[in-house]
Design a protein. Structure first.
Length: 238
């Protein structure tokens, strides 16, 4: 059975009723607020997966509040030909984790050969980052366990969707999407593939994830590694 929770229940936000009271001070504070909506997973052998980099900071707070281990799931944006900053989709580890913005792909005339190369390139980077972040530790076991996939915000939803698909391939009992702020238009897509979608705020006009935080400094790779080392667990996948 799928469910959805949010801090303001069915309240949606627009630029007109946006206020400082509806922002987060920083990722740590956002994670603590998000964790309150996930307390039913405390004591349920859950695993929390953060999306690097900033999502890991939020996820660490959720993991600490729930007494759950922390690990990462690493989706990567697929860049457009000649415009690598323009996302045309996302990919994560696993054979069924490619997500495409079909309208962008068609509009830009992106070829299948280009997509094949770009997916392969990003998966190489995913493998490199996985090794770097875990520092020799294998992934936390998720088979048969509820898994909460956390980011610091959801805009288009493509990277989160790729993360969800990659996580489902590992055999969890349920996959829960969680973020402090999520664009309203991205939620329907995520509801179709996740078992639950949990968020604090779902504005109708997101603008940018960073605009909902008072402090939104870039998270470093060293911070990610430190949080994983602190909040991991002893038993891992063999």
């Amino acid at each position: 059975m799928r469910a959805e929770w949010n801090w303001f229940h069915f309240l949606t936000l627009t630029d007109r009723n946006w206020s400082a009271a509806m922002t987060f001070r920083n990722r740590e504070g956002a994670g603590k607020r998000l964790a309150k909506l996930l307390d039913e997973y405390a004591g349920k052998n859950a695993v929390v997966l953060g999306i690097p980099r900033g999502g890991v900071v939020v996820a660490a707070q959720v993991a600490a509040e729930l007494g759950a281990p922390l690990d990462v799931v690493i989706p990567r944006k697929l860049g457009a030909p000649g415009q690598p900053e323009l996302a045309i989709g996302a990919v994560a580890a696993g054979g069924d984790s490619v997500v495409l913005d079909e309208r962008a792909v068609e509009y830009l005339g992106v070829t299948q050969e280009y997509l094949r190369r770009e997916v392969a390139r990003q998966r190489e980077e995913i493998a490199r980052r996985s090794k770097e972040y875990r520092e020799g530790r294998p992934p936390v076991a998720v088979d048969g366990r509820p898994v909460i996939v956390v980011d610091d915000g959801i805009a288009t939803g493509y990277t989160m969707l790729a993360a969800v698909r990659a996580t489902k391939l590992r055999g969890p009992s349920a996959v829960i999407v969680a973020a402090p702020v999520a664009a309203m238009q991205s939620l329907e897509m995520l509801r179709r593939e996740a078992d639950a979608v949990v968020y604090v705020i779902a504005p109708t006009a997101l603008l940018s994830v960073g605009s909902w935080y008072e402090q939104f400094e870039q998270t470093t790779d060293d911070e990610v590694k430190s949080l994983l080392a602190e909040h991991g667990e002893l038993e891992h996948v063999g």
